[in-house]
Write a protein that binds this ligand. Structure first.
Ligand code: SAH
Length: 565
């Protein structure tokens, strides 16, 4: 029996929902909570208390006897956000109960005992299948015990803790690969999606014949079906029921290729039969290789072996080259709470982080222990871009970081100009300085606006000036990035002069230094009154258009539909 105890109205409502969901197995304990908990503790094998954990700790402490006999206790908070397995996680069944309560009430189970945290730390985010002694290896990884990493290739894995390395001498092993392993209680295996099975089939080939052929092709080579990423065949067989059903059986997509594409692929065992039937001398081998560019053929063509009739299916297996991963991650303007959750996830997804040292400092504490950090000083932009791409091409999971948005006057363009099609690229947008500053200033970007960098390191000044003039003529709100540094002090006055030819001296100008950082300073002034010496390289300057007004100390650019000129 599960005893239910509540003290408040919200607790009682949640208690009643649980009692209604589990009428046979629950009992409500009413009355003063102290007595209610004591009675339930004596009479039930599990308790759900709709009380704060602190209160429950005090109430049950005098009642504790033995781990083997004490009931499991779960606490649900007043807002029903969490179901905490407080006591008796294993023996008392609290861990399981916390999950079950979570299902009914829609709250998150909180389980803190070690063996229940069976995800390999960090690796559970990959979505790759794991098998073997996952709990034992997870615990060793978490406890800092030596764990040997056996991986045949470089895979785009998140950083592993320093106690997990290929050179560690330990019989606790984490294997990353597609080969069948003997499981010995000390080995966990992570299955990368590395295999592609090419399949050929005559019309009407029975599903069972195709499936058993695929299974035996894998097993015969000591390969795990859990590493199969896709089945592949020729276009003409895209609807062949036995092939389609086999892909479904393995839970993978069926990739199909035109006969002409397969014909062009060199294979060890071409034959005349498929050439006549579908127009390519190879289906199974060629399709497997087509789906694994640059990969290797592990299992040459095999035929099915049905009893008493001719074979109707062929299969071959290829291994794909692991694809590295490049995440281009914007960190936002500086404040931690303006770093997006997605950026945070990508930082923890990476094993290599590349960036300017001052940006790495901004997020160093978020990186997984064991993350390789390749930081460099100002300037070395091209080199950083090349390094990030080279690391991804070597198969690693790389995060290339930049402040604000990594695509705005930052690393995304030099990196992607170097990137090749053999890596996966993902971009994470960040809050760029213009937006962070706008929020400080009010609503300066309420109508059409443009950003212009005043740095003439990469761009000739004539080009910059032409763009400033165009923005001035088009009456665009302008945000200047890189406005002024010690060695570059005449560009901002010059740019403002160009704008002033088209806007009144009273036009509002916003100056924001270090937006969202502890030393943030924001000021709304005017074109005539702006003191450019207050502007430095950690500042953006936003100049209003002819409709922008200062309202209660804030900069407001009206939207077009209420235009007043
Ligand atoms: N990728 C960045 C911009 C890099 S260019 C982004 O999207 O924000 C560098 C310039 O950005 C600086 O010279 C400054 O003008 C501006 N900048 C960056 N962070 C800033 C901040 N927190 N406050 C004000 N300006 C900032």
């Amino acid at each position: 029996m599960i005893g239910l105890i509540a003290a408040t109205a919200a607790g009682a409502a949640a208690r009643d929902r649980l009692a209604t969901a589990w009428p046979e197995t629950t009992a409500v304990y009413d009355g003063p909570v102290k007595e209610a908990v004591a009675r339930a503790f004596a009479e039930c094998d599990r308790l759900v208390c709709f009380l704060a954990t602190g209160a429950v700790v005090r109430l049950v402490t005098p009642l504790l006897a033995d781990k083997a006999t004490d009931p499991g206790v779960v606490c649900v908070d007043e807002a029903q956000q969490h179901a905490v397995a407080l006591l008796g996680g294993h023996e008392g069944g609290a861990n399981e109960l916390a999950h079950a309560v979570g299902e009914v009430l829609g709250c998150r189970p909180v389980v803190t005992t070690a063996t229940d945290a069976v995800g390999l730390p960090g690796l559970d985010t990959l979505g790759w299948p794991v098998e073997g002694a996952v709990a034992a290896v997870s615990r060793a990884m978490l406890d800092g015990d030596p764990v040997r990493l056996d991986a045949h290739d470089v895979h785009p894995l998140p950083a592993l803790p320093p106690n997990v390395t290929a050179t560690t001498d330990s019989d606790v092993r984490l294997v990353v690969g597609d080969r069948v392993e003997e499981l010995d209680g000390r080995t966990a295996v992570l299955r990368p999606p590395s295999l592609v099975v090419g399949v050929g089939a005559s019309r009407g080939a029975p599903t069972r014949e195709v499936r058993e052929l695929v299974e035996s092709a894998l097993a015969g080579a000591g390969l795990s079906a859990r590493s199969v990423a896709a089945l592949a065949t020729v276009d003409a067989k895209a609807d062949e029921p036995g092939v389609v059903a086999t892909a479904e059986h393995f839970g993978v997509p069926l990739l199909t290729y035109p006969a002409a594409a397969l014909e062009a692929i060199e294979v060890p065992n071409p034959s005349a039969a498929p050439l006549a039937a579908v127009g390519t001398p190879s289906v199974a081998e060629a399709a497997a290789l087509a789906a694994a560019p640059g990969g290797e053929l592990l299992v040459p063509k095999r035929k099915s072996a049905p009893e008493g009739r001719a074979a109707m299916a062929t299969a071959a297996v290829a291994r794909r080259r692991p694809r590295g991963r490049l995440a281009v991650v914007g960190l936002g303007p500086g404040a931690r709470d303006l770093l997006t959750p997605r950026a945070r996830t990508e930082l923890r997804r990476a094993s290599v982080v590349v960036g300017l040292d001052q940006y790495v400092d901004q997020i160093r504490d978020l990186l997984r222990p064991g993350t390789r950090v390749l930081e460099s000083g100002l300037g070395a932009e091209e080199e950083r871009a090349r390094t990030a791409v080279a690391q991804a091409r070597a198969g690693h999971a790389v995060a290339l970081i930049g402040s604000g948005d990594a695509g705005v006057y930052a690393m995304a363009s030099p990196a992607l100009a170097e990137a090749t099609a053999d890596i996966d690229v993902t971009g994470v947008p960040g809050v760029t300085a213009a937006l962070a500053a706008a929020a400080v200033l009010g609503a300066p970007l309420g109508h059409d606006h443009v950003s212009i960098s005043l740095s003439d390191l990469h761009t000739p000044w004539e080009v910059i000036e032409r763009r400033v003039r165009a923005a001035a003529e088009a009456d665009l709100v302008v945000t200047f990035y890189n406005p002024r540094s010690r060695g570059r002090d005449w560009q901002l006055p010059k740019a403002l002069e160009i704008l002033a030819a088209h806007r009144s001296p009273g036009t509002p100008v916003g100056v924001v230094h270090a937006a969202s950082r502890p030393d943030e300073r924001g000021e709304v002034t005017t074109l005539a009154a702006l003191d450019v010496t207050t502007v430095d390289m950690v500042t953006v300057v936003t100049v209003g258009n002819t409709a922008t007004r200062e309202v209660a100390g804030r900069m407001v650019t009206p939207r077009g539909y209420r235009w007043q000129s």
